[in-house]
Design a protein around this ligand. Structure first.
Ligand SMILES: [Mn+2]
Length: 236
């Protein structure tokens, strides 16, 4: 049995290559997973209404349900594209949700998982916006938006941002901030830190500690596996 960690698939349309790649990848893992740990930005946009899910996400939600039925624990750290996950994840899928990341115990290891959007403490503008967007009053206001309208806004915002970067993963890895962030967690007693968000894979070991940054999915599956107490980052 193994644990798989992945992030930043940015799903939007089930006809997209990376959406199909993810479904195929997860179906292949069924029955072999102790847990699937999703570290945010799995969806290009999500809003957790009580009785409604966006139809474009049904293929993945069904796939997650099958994994869960086959015995896998589901864990989701909220990203900067998919927060306010809501009752479909927590209740219907029985997924453990960590809005800001948190601790995971595996084989005596103390692992800290986070999306990665909090590693730069100087980015005060983003931190304020993040706090506002995640506030429960903001969530209540967002819930008043009809789902079709919310989806239309999400499509518009996604087209706008993919025109800017051509839809590729060419983010910059703020290595120094990331290593500092990990060292703070190591000092708190964690032996492993895993993040996503930057779309650039990194496996860094120091003094018996491990830092993993997960890659994006624009060129194919990108994930980390914990199996027999060893972490491997793919593609290797
Ligand atoms: Mn992100």
């Amino acid at each position: 049995m193994k644990d798989i960690f992945l992030a930043d698939t940015h799903l939007l349309d089930p006809r997209d290559d990376r959406y199909r790649l993810l479904l195929d990848f997860l179906d292949q893992q069924r029955g072999q997973l102790r847990s699937l740990v999703m570290l945010g930005d799995i969806f290009e946009f999500w809003l957790g209404y009580k009785h409604t899910v966006f139809s474009a996400y049904l293929p993945l939600l069904e796939c997650l349900r099958r994994l869960r039925e086959a015995g896998a624990e589901l864990v989701f750290v909220e990203g900067n594209h998919d927060f306010h996950l809501g009752p479909y994840f927590s209740e219907t899928l029985g997924c453990r949700i960590l809005p800001d990341g948190g601790a995971l115990e595996r084989d005596g290891r103390r692992i800290f998982i986070a999306h990665g959007d909090l590693v730069n403490p100087r980015d005060t503008g983003y931190l304020l916006l993040r706090r506002f967007l995640r506030h429960r009053w903001t969530r209540r206001l967002m819930m008043l938006i009809p789902p079709d309208t919310a989806w239309r806004i999400a499509l518009w915002a996604s087209h706008k941002s993919s025109r800017k970067n051509g839809g590729r993963d060419h983010h910059r890895l703020p290595r120094e901030d990331l290593v500092n962030y990990a060292r703070q967690r190591f000092a708190e007693g964690y032996d492993t830190v895993i993040t996503g968000h930057f779309h650039v894979p990194l496996l860094h070991r120091e003094n018996g500690h491990t830092l993993i940054a997960l890659g994006g999915w624009s060129k194919g599956p990108s994930y980390a596996v914990l199996e027999e107490n060893v972490f491997t980052l793919y593609p290797v």
